[in-house]
Design a protein around this ligand. Structure first.
Ligand code: ATP
Ligand code: MG
Length: 153
């Protein structure tokens, strides 16, 4: 994939769901001009979450992270667009909300690193891994967006 076909995996974490922030978060990606390719609302299993955060398995916060992520439903999404992986991370803010600027999702809506409401892939490589971990190929919807020609020149 290249150009405006870039894809990233975004998940609204259990705290984001419980705090009623799903609509606000979806709205930001939608208004930016990114295109929703897949969306599901689920209670993720510990196995899935362990796999999702496998790179962090040796960190002291890993067990707590898996517990937090499995403590309630999450909204898992795939968004598509030019540089969506990198721009998505900018829209999220820093890992620690205390370092996140106002205007970013974490900067605007949360306080602690262990309750930072949203996940976003950190590279094109991890995006591809995460998308195939969370979604079956047939769950990724392809359709023509009527706004495309007004978003890209
Ligand atoms: N020091 C910490 N204490 C508690 N939780 C942490 C800590 N560092 C990271 N986490 C949790 O682990 C998640 C994954 O950490 P990572 O280093 O991948 O940051 P990130 O890429 O910004 O976050 P994410 O992968 O969830 O988008 C963080 O979002 C946060 O919820
Ligand atoms: Mg990460």
């Amino acid at each position: 994939r290249s150009g405006s076909d870039d894809r990233t995996f975004i998940a609204i974490k259990p705290d984001g769901v419980q705090r009623g922030l799903m609509g606000e978060i979806l709205k930001r990606f939608e208004q930016k001009g990114f295109r929703l390719v897949a969306l599901k609302f689920l209670q993720a299993s510990e196995d899935l979450l362990k796999q999702h955060y496998i790179d962090l398995k040796d960190r002291p916060f890993y067990p707590g992270l898996v517990k937090y992520m499995s403590s309630g439903p999450v909204a898992a999404m795939v968004w598509e667009g030019l540089n969506v992986v990198k721009t998505g991370r900018v829209m999220l803010g820093e890992t620690n909300p205390a370092d996140s600027k106002p205007g970013t999702i974490r900067g605007d809506f949360c306080i602690e690193v262990g309750r930072n409401i949203i996940h976003g892939s950190d590279s094109v490589d991890s995006a591809n891994k995460e998308i195939s971990l969370w979604f079956k190929p047939e769950e990724l919807v392809s359709y023509k967006s009527c706004a495309q020609d007004w978003i890209y020149e």
